[in-house]
Design a protein around this ligand. Structure first.
Ligand code: UDP
Length: 242
């Protein structure tokens, strides 16, 4: 398989594959926060994040969602359908946390009456601002009204499905971010779904996700490993972490 590096982001490299309609996502061990201002390398993180992403994309596929997931090649590669990415970060929330607490006077940890969806523009220079349907469909014309409604409804459904999935594993799903892409006039869930893009709390309120890194709580990789154990089990942990 002749591979060419197509793009390199903060935590992933994207390579071409022998198939024109697929890409290879290589999950790096890097962890970053605050638009890359904070940066470290945590051995084994690429393995944990690729594995968790693969597992969660398969949950979405089995629930009928169209995703880019094709295959997982352990320890840290996902083969995905090549999408034309839409420059939006679409956030689903079950519980108040993070940037929502800066916009709405509610304490973190309060459960919302029903899942909500928010759209942020992917733009590092503007620090990914919150934008609304008017900005997205009428000003920027990134997607049309039908497409934005599809994204909103899928995120809310995913909120409910993953909420139950994590509840069964004694984890609370607080919020998550999804990125979508286009393929043949259809919208697919792309990018990744793991501790970098979701907030997950243990039953006793312990943070398991990237907030451990953002907030300097320590034991960052331990949080990701615990998440992996609840989702996947012990498989592969010995080989990577000894
Ligand atoms: N998120 C993400 N990438 C970003 C910003 C947010 O994956 O660039 C995720 C974040 O991990 C959380 C959800 O989106 O699960 C909601 O994030 P929020 O809007 O609260 O922003 P934050 O507090 O993370 O800046």
């Amino acid at each position: 398989m002749i591979m060419k590096l197509l793009t390199e982001g903060k935590t992933k490299k994207v390579f071409s594959t022998s198939k024109d309609d697929e890409v290879l996502l290589f999950f790096k061990d890097d962890i970053t926060a605050f638009d890359g201002v904070k940066h470290d390398v945590l051995k084994g993180k690429g393995f944990l994040n690729a594995s968790i992403s693969a597992a969660l994309f398969q949950v979405l596929e089995s629930n009928g969602f169209k995703t880019h997931f094709v295959d997982f090649i352990p320890p840290n590669i996902i083969i995905a359908k090549k999408l034309q990415m839409i420059p939006l970060e679409v956030v689903g929330r079950n519980i108040v946390a993070g940037s929502l607490t800066k916009r709405i006077p509610l304490e973190p940890g309060i459960k919302l009456n029903s899942p909500i969806c928010e759209f942020f523009l992917k733009d590092d220079n503007l620090h990914d601002p919150l934008i609304n349907d008017e900005h997205i469909c009428n000003v920027l014309q990134i997607v049309n009204h039908e497409e934005i409604e599809y994204m909103r409804q899928t995120v809310k459904k995913i909120c409910k499905i993953l909420d139950k999935y994590f509840n069964d594993r004694k984890i609370t799903l607080v919020d998550f971010k999804i990125e979508y892409g286009r393929l043949d006039d259809q919208i697919y869930v792309g990018d990744e779904l793991n501790g970098d893009s979701m907030r997950l709390w243990d039953a006793d309120g312990k943070i398991l996700d990237k907030d451990r890194y953002r907030k300097d709580l320590g034991d960052v990789i331990e949080g990701y490993i615990e998440m992996y154990r609840r989702i996947i089990g012990e498989e592969g942990l010995d080989e990577i972490f000894g």
